[in-house]
Design a protein around this ligand. Sequence first.
Ligand SMILES: [Zn+2]
Length: 323
Amino acid sequence: MTKADLFRMLLVAADAPGSLFDHAEVSRWPKGALDELMRSHLVRPAQTGLTAPCPHCDDRHVEIVTVVEPADDTEKPRYFICCPESLKVEVTEEMCRGWAVDLDGLAITLASALAVSTPKPVVPGRFWRLGRMQLRDTTREVVFAVRLAEDDADALMRHVGTGGRAVVFVPHRLPDRSRWPGRAPAVISLHDVAALVDDNVVLDPQAVIEAIDIADKRAEARGEVPEEKVTAKRLERGVRKVIENMVSDDALVQAYVTHGSYRKAADALVREGQITDRWAVERAVKAKGGPKAVRRETDSGSVSRAVASQSRDRAKKFDQYRK
Ligand SMILES: [Zn+2]
């Protein structure tokens, strides 16, 4: 498991109730990862519900720990679990320790990646307001919520408002659209748009903008947004601009082959006026089988042919938008 995989697993855990990582699990994480995640405030020691795996049984069944406080200060507390086979089993303090995703820390990380204000918890541990993010020539209210797909999430959804203009970030699971009390806002899964790169959480800005545009267009198509035509036209122009500025995967790969590194390829494309970053280049290269595979493919000339056909496809798309 790499640290990037671990980050994705944390996002899944953040959306599952009562996710706790015990000693056995944390010991399988990459070396030093726990300390780094604690320092970045993405993981914290669990406050309640100590559990420990049974040291006697092969299936390592996990049980709730009972703490027996010492009779005087010279002794340490002792920890026990109940085992169906061995009955009362003493476990070590280290085995009892648990860790959980630091949700407040995750909200702060998201706010800083979006360059918005410090999160204000509205429902502690479930819902945070993150101020407004810049989106082209306007701003949108941003919120972060966890476990929004659960039965008790209706109360959280009411905090978002009914206008459908907010941008809601969730760690992983998207709630059913029909549950929103008004127009459904854009709901973005961090699992889809965020990654841990060199110990920093980064967002794919293109994916975020696309997710917002898709939600807007869907609302528009359903007639859910009865706004003046002026707004609709501005929106359409915005979407077209995103598509015009979108760098195709083939162009990203081609730039990588030409410049030899993700960073240099991204810098060169940005100098040409394209909107992209090193992460997008890396994703495109990996999607095509990784650095070795794309260099091999270029030698055979197939990538340049793919680029040519790709630009024809894009021209077709613009025509569709102009109509
Ligand atoms: Zn047991």
